[in-house]
Design a protein around this ligand. Structure first.
Ligand SMILES: [Zn+2]
Length: 411
C-alpha cells in the first residue's frame, strides 16, 4: 500500500459582496492572530491557544494556528512574518458538496466565525476530478485546507490523501488493454481481446443505463412541474435525491468495471480522451449527447480513482470514430439500430455486431496502435510539489525551508 497525497485546487466562483467581505474579515482576524501569536513567541499549542482564543475566528482556524505557530517559532528564527499567509483550517472545518445538475457543480463550506460558515460555489481544477469524486464518495481523506486571495480571486487548496495498492511493473506492451465505452444503450461497456486476438468477455450495463435514463427523465419532468407551482425548495431536494440515486448507480457500475479489470492479467483500462471530445466541434450530436447526457466526466473520474486504488493503470486514447469503425476490418460502418453496428465491407466476416462492444474493442485497440496520448499519469504521487498551478502565495521563507524538513505537513 502507498499513501497518495494531493493538493486539490478550487477557485471560488464570483463571491458576492457580502461573501467577499466575510472572507476578508476571516483573513484579517487570522493574520492578526497569527502575528500576535508569532510576536509573543508561542512555542507550544497551549501558549498559542492563549493568544488566538480571543479572536473572532472559527475553531478550525484557531486549531490550525495552534499547530502552525509553534512550527514557525521553533523552526524559523528570523524575526519577521510575511503578510501573505493563507488562512489555514483544520480538516474538520471544510465540507464539499456536489450538485451535478447545476452549472457550477461543486460547493465548499468555509468556516467563518464560531457558529457561522459560508457555502460557496467552487470551480475545481478539471484534471483533479477523480480526486473530488473520491472525496465526495468518502474514499479519500481531507486534510488541512488553505484559503487565500490572488489578484482579486479567492482560492481554496485542500490536502487530500488516499491509500492505493501498488501496481504490477508490467511494461505497456505486456498489458492487456480493456476498452471502456460509455454509451447510450448501455451505460458502460467493457471488453478486451484474448491472447488469440478475439474479443472476449464483454460486459454491458444495460439495465443501469435504463435506470439512469428513467431517473433523469423523472428529474426533468418533476422538477419543471414543481418549479412552475412555485415549489422551488421541494424541487431542489427532490432533485438532490434523484441525483444521489444516479450517483449510486454510477458507483456500483464503476466498481464493477474495476473488478472486471482485476480479473484480467496485467490490465490497463483504456478510456476515451475527454479533452479531444471537448476541443473538437465536429463529433456531432451523438458525441454531445454522450458527453452531457451521461455524466461522462463523472463516470471517467470514478473509474480513474477506483482503478488507481487497486494499482490498475488508466490510459486515454483519441475517441475519433470509435463508434463508427469496424473492430474487425477497420472499415467505417453504421448503426441500423441503436444497439447494432453493421460493417459495410462485403469482404468482412463480421456483418452485424453489438454496437457498444464494437466501440469498446476499438477503444482497447487504440492503446497499442499509437493513438494513445500517454498524457495521463497513473499512480502519480506528487505530494510535495503539487498545488502550485493556481499559485498559492508563498508562505514566506519560513515555509519554503520548512517544506524540506516537515514534508507534506508543512504546506
Ligand atoms: Zn468489418
Amino acid at each position: 500500500m502507498t499513501e497518495l497525497t494531493k493538493t486539490l485546487e478550487l477557485k471560488l466562483v464570483k463571491p458576492n459582496a457580502h461573501k467577499r467581505r466575510k472572507l476578508r474579515e476571516t483573513r484579517e482576524a487570522y493574520q492578526q492572530a497569527l502575528h500576535d501569536a508569532f510576536d509573543a513567541q508561542c512555542t507550544t499549542q497551549t501558549e498559542a491557544n492563549n493568544v488566538v482564543v480571543n479572536y473572532d475566528l472559527s475553531g478550525y482556524a484557531k486549531n490550525a494556528l495552534k499547530k502552525y505557530v509553534p512550527q514557525l517559532t521553533t523552526t524559523y528564527n528570523a524575526g519577521e512574518l510575511h503578510d501573505d499567509h493563507p488562512v489555514r483550517f483544520t480538516n474538520e472545518g471544510l465540507r464539499l458538496d456536489h450538485k451535478p445538475k447545476n452549472a457550477i457543480e461543486w460547493y465548499v463550506k468555509i468556516p467563518h466565525h464560531e457558529d457561522y460558515h459560508l457555502w460557496m460555489p467552487a470551480q475545481p481544477n478539471p484534471e483533479q476530478r477523480d480526486w473530488l469524486e473520491a472525496l465526495n464518495a468518502g474514499d479519500a481523506t481531507m486534510g488541512e485546507s488553505r484559503l487565500f486571495e490572488r489578484d482579486g480571486t479567492w482560492y481554496l487548496h485542500v490536502t487530500v490523501t488516499r491509500d492505493v495498492e501498488d501496481g504490477s511493473e508490467a511494461s505497456a506492451e505486456e498489458r492487456t488493454p480493456i476498452g471502456v465505452d460509455i454509451g447510450e444503450a448501455s451505460l458502460v461497456t467493457v471488453c478486451h481481446r484474448d491472447r488469440h486476438g478475439s474479443p472476449t468477455a464483454p460486459e454491458l450495463w444495460t439495465d443501469e443505463g435504463k435506470t439512469v435514463r428513467r431517473l433523469r427523465k423523472t428529474y426533468f419532468t418533476a422538477t419543471r412541474r414543481l418549479q412552475t407551482r412555485g415549489s422551488e425548495r421541494i424541487a431542489e431536494s427532490f432533485g438532490d435525491d434523484l441525483w444521489d440515486q444516479i450517483d449510486d448507480v454510477f458507483h456500483r457500475v464503476t466498481r464493477k468495471v474495476v473488478e472486471y479489470a482485476e480479473s484480467v492479467e496485467n490490465p490497463v483500462l483504456v478510456l476515451e480522451d475527454l479533452t479531444y471530445i471537448r476541443e473538437s466541434m465536429d463529433y456531432g450530436e451523438y458525441m454531445n449527447r454522450r458527453l452531457h447526457g451521461w455524466g461522462f466526466a463523472k463516470l471517467h473520474a470514478q473509474i480513474r480513482y477506483k482503478a488507481v486504488e487497486k494499482g490498475i493503470p488508466v490510459e486515454t486514447v483519441n475517441p475519433r470514430n470509435t463508434s463508427k469503425d469496424c473492430h474487425a476490418c477497420g472499415e467505417v460502418g453504421y448503426r441500423p439500430r441503436q444497439a447494432t453496428f453493421k460493417c459495410t465491407n462485403d469482404a468482412c466476416w463480421m456483418g452485424e455486431y453489438q454496437a457498444d462492444v464494437n466501440g469498446a474493442v476499438n477503444i482497447a485497440d487504440r492503446y497499442l496502435s499509437g493513438e494513445s496520448r500517454f498524457r495521463e499519469h497513473e499512480n502519480d504521487d506528487d505530494s510535495a510539489e503539487d498545488g502550485g498551478r493556481l499559485t498559492a502565495p508563498q508562505d514566506s521563507q519560513a515555509d519554503a525551508t520548512k517544506q524540506e524538513t516537515l514534508g507534506t505537513y508543512a504546506s
